[in-house]
Design a protein around this ligand. Structure first.
Ligand SMILES: Cc1cc2nc3c(=O)[nH]c(=O)nc-3n(C[C@H](O)[C@H](O)[C@H](O)COP(=O)(O)O)c2cc1C
Length: 307
């Protein structure tokens, strides 16, 4: 079966297969970007980068729990200048590897400055982190308000030419309302979802397991929440969607595609099981399509809405 059966186009960006890593779960070095690509990812997503360097929150900041991970990293990153140097060098050596740079900011102006720098350094698309559930003044605090979401997206869109994909939080009453704001700001596609806000308690220590108390829950436990978000957004807008949350197998990818996603990202499962998961899932998707006499993955995007 030809490899093109998995090709997908998201916000005008054509990628050889719909699988990407989810921002931030693994480390953020150019060496890792190359390994992700060699392992079969159709595009690479960087960890979220902001205007200036940030240190991680005091630990523990990642804890394994029954159905996934609970993390509060605190958006650690080297700052946009260093990321841009690394990205420029990386794209010079690897012009064919599609890199989506995840950016964050405290307001529309910061988002715009970071986005414009990373575009200049060679980003093929920009993901807007409007959804980190635990960083004060960032992420979901901005991404829960439709007005600020529209403002951030439209300001970024006014300065960059590459596709812009806002990543939304599930920790709101209506993710459809937030997606609406993002799309009316000019988003080229929606990424759904970021982690689900949560707390666990260590009963022996009688205190929260995370240094930051609140964290983001990820992994298999959030699969139905991610699929519901993609379903609701697709049902309303039929826009381009990148589905994220809980994917561990090719069947989970198919669920997202049938719910309306054109591409997907995998985070916790890569952390727990390793990068070989990309090849495993790609091979299984091709086999499944062949067994079901389906010409290409594109043919079943959103299909469950019509049955
Ligand atoms: C340790 C860790 C760090 C993360 N860092 C970021 C980040 O920097 N930016 C972001 O948008 N999402 C971040 N996320 C959220 C993931 O990109 C993804 O949305 C989430 O993990 C759900 O997917 P999964 O269930 O496949 O892990 C992080 C998640 C984890 C577990």
């Amino acid at each position: 079966m030809s490899k093109s059966v998995l090709r997908t186009v998201i916000g005008g960006l054509s990628i050889s297969n719909p699988l990407m890593n989810a921002s931030g779960v693994l480390s953020n070095t150019p060496g890792l970007w190359r390994r992700l690509y060699e392992s079969g990812a159709g595009a690479i997503v960087t960890k979220s980068v902001g205007l200036t360097e940030r240190e991680p929150y005091p630990g523990p900041n990642v804890v394994e729990i029954e159905c996934g991970l609970l993390n509060a990293m605190g958006l650690p990153n080297p700052g946009v200048e260093i990321l841009c140097e690394e990205l420029k060098a990386f794209k010079m050596e690897n012009p064919d590897i599609i890199v989506i740079v995840s950016v964050f900011g405290a307001n529309a102006d910061e988002f715009t400055r970071v986005a414009s720098s990373v575009e200049e350094a060679g980003a093929d698309a920009i993901e807007l982190n409007l959804s980190c559930p635990h960083a004060k003044g960032y992420g979901a605090e901005i991404g829960s308000n439709p007005k600020t979401v529209k403002e951030v997206v439209s300001n970024v869109k006014s300065v960059v030419k590459v596709p812009v994909f806002p990543k939304l939080t599930p920790n709101v009453t209506s993710i459809v309302e937030i997606a609406d704001a993002a799309l009316s700001g000019g988003a080229d596609g929606i990424v759904a979802i970021n982690s689900v806000k949560g707390i666990r308690i260590n009963v022996e220590l009688m205190r929260p397991v995370l240094g930051n108390v609140y964290g983001g829950y990820t992994g298999i436990g959030i699969l139905p929440i991610g699929i519901r978000a993609v379903w609701d957004i697709y049902e309303e807008f039929e826009c381009d969607i990148i589905g994220v949350g809980g994917i561990e197998s090719y069947k989970h990818v198919l669920e997202y595609i049938l719910a309306g996603a054109k591409a997907v990202q995998i985070g916790t499962a890569l952390y727990k099981r390793g990068l070989h998961l990309f090849r495993e899932i790609k091979d299984s998707l091709e086999k499944w399509l062949q067994e079901h006499n389906i010409n290409e993955l594109n043919d079943i995007i959103g299909l469950s809405h019509r049955r």
